[in-house]
Write a protein of this length. Structure first.
Length: 320
């Protein structure tokens, strides 16, 4: 019996073998288009960059933080810079274009090979906002403090938290005296920064890179539920003395007292903050000082309702 060749069956087998080869260029082209999409640039802000080999982020609760959730990458990795922006050591910067957002929904953190990243997730009510609202950054060079002022924000789902053990230390969300809120980020060393606004959903991204020189002033003092921003420890003070900071002390009450080296009270005042239940409340007071020289001590805080002991910050100062 003679074998009979059937072209139809062989052609079908050939097409089956060639199909994956023909589809491969199409799949490669689709992958290249997806990776080059400008809309994917926010992946480095809200999630790890797949190209860097960075593992997925894990949501963790920051230790000793009130309500704060921080997202930290499992390990440092090189992340794309979607904006190509340079790092600057500028005292002031601003941007944004609307007043749509009214809520800080979350504050997230990522550590990368050459910089550290803080992401503010912004919302309208309980939903993510579409665009980044107007913002202003204040960051005196070498001060170790960056303040993000958000005039349209009226509430926050987080109030404070700690970062890693690198450049950045912690943050606070504070009700601003002129309306809106601000976010203070404390650094352990001087830094340069860059800002990126991302839309749909709205995120304000701030990257921090070490600047190399020592801090020009000590960082704000923290004790109990009080943060003293000015004056700093070791500062030289005179008349009048302006004291400012923020707290979550009971009923927003903040006691300020200045004593000399002998323990004599030179000035005393109690001032109220503008919040204490929902987030940190800002306070500021101006004290008239008598003439004094030498060392003094400034105490800002409150008395414990339990045993009357002082709870707050105590910093050394110098008289003119």
């Amino acid at each position: 019996m003679r074998a009979v060749f059937k072209p139809g069956r062989s052609e079908a087998r050939l097409r089956a073998l060639l199909a994956p080869t023909l589809l491969l260029p199409v799949l490669l082209l689709a992958t290249l288009v997806a990776c080059s999409d400008p809309g994917s640039a926010d992946g480095s802000a809200a999630a790890p960059d797949a190209a860097s080999g960075e593992k997925p982020s894990a949501e963790i609760t920051a230790p000793d933080a009130r309500e704060a959730t921080v997202s930290m990458a499992a390990r440092p990795g090189k992340t794309r810079d979607p904006a190509g922006a340079a790092f600057v050591a500028r005292a002031e910067a601003s941007g944004g274009s609307s007043y749509e957002a009214d809520t800080v929904r979350a504050i997230r953190y990522g550590m990368h090979e050459e910089y550290e990243r803080v992401v503010l997730d912004l919302g309208t009510g309980d939903e993510p906002a579409a665009s980044v609202p107007e913002w202003t950054i204040m960051s005196p060079t070498g001060d170790g403090l960056l303040r993000v002022i958000l005039p349209s924000i009226s509430r926050a789902a987080v109030s404070d938290g700690t970062f890693g053990d690198g450049l950045l230390d912690r943050y606070y969300v504070v009700r601003a005296p002129e309306g809106g809120m601000f976010v203070d980020v404390f650094a352990r060393k001087p830094f340069a920064y860059r800002v990126l606004g991302l839309s749909e959903p709205a995120r304000l991204v701030v990257d921090f890179k070490p600047a190399g020189s020592p801090l020009k002033a000590r960082p704000p003092a923290v004790g109990g539920d009080t943060v003293l921003v000015e004056p700093r420890a070791g500062a030289r003070i005179g008349d009048p003395l302006t004291v400012c900071g923020y707290s979550r002390n009971f009923e927003a009450s903040n006691s300020i007292a200045l004593t000399d080296a002998e323990g004599r009270v030179l000035a005393r005042r109690t001032v109220l903050g503008n919040d204490w239940t929902s987030t940190w409340g800002y306070f500021e007071a101006t004290l008239d000082l008598p003439s004094f020289e030498g060392k003094g001590t400034l105490r800002v805080g409150t008395r414990s309702a339990r045993d009357g002991t002082f709870e707050g910050v105590e910093v050394p100062v110098k008289g003119d």
